[in-house]
Ligand binder design. Sequence first.
Ligand code: SAM
Length: 195
Amino acid sequence: MTPDTRRRTILMSVAAVTGVLLLPDRKLSAQLAPTPHLDVPYVPTPQDVVDRMLDIAKVGKKDILYDLGCGDGRIVVTAAKQRGARGTGIDLDPARIAEAEENAKKAGVSSQVSFKVGDLFQTDVSEATVVTLYLLPTVNAKLRPRLWKQLKVGTRVVSHAFDMGPEWPPDKTEEVNGRRIYYWTITQAQKKAVT
Ligand SMILES: C[S@@+](CC[C@H](N)C(=O)[O-])C[C@H]1O[C@@H](n2cnc3c(N)ncnc32)[C@H](O)[C@@H]1O
């Protein structure tokens, strides 16, 4: 029996014995879902780095921020709570999305944000004015042509820890407590490169 199956069986047995109908609970449903294959493991960005990423991108109330691989939603929730932005978080792991929704609720920003279970390589990001990332170099490199194709000129992209390779040098980099932040803006040059 795999650890997932064992966990699911235990939770099902508890539900059966206690007579509690647990499945409609979103958090539990997320826990019962099979662990998806992740391109990047979950490691949250420290809050001081989140704050600086939003500063560097000058996130404000007119912005629509997308965090691809949003984890517990901290970047989207902070952008909404502290800067009045709207935002969307995408994560392949339903457990992360359940946490993000809970965090948005606690912060009182549920009406400004949405969180969806999905693959960042299948997500349409064309409405974003800011995109945030904390992925891996190979994942950034694979994502780059999608960003160039879908994002409008002027859209800001901020990445924690990893760059986009030699094909797209950052406009700016900064270090916060030993963590590097990379910043780009989409220009006509990128749009031309993918047409
Ligand atoms: C390093 S964590 C970053 C979390 C959050 N953005 C932050 O900075 O705190 C990467 C996240 O990407 C998610 N992830 C991995 N592969 C993914 C994929 N193909 N599509 C969407 N999310 C993915 C993981 O579940 C994880 O939550």
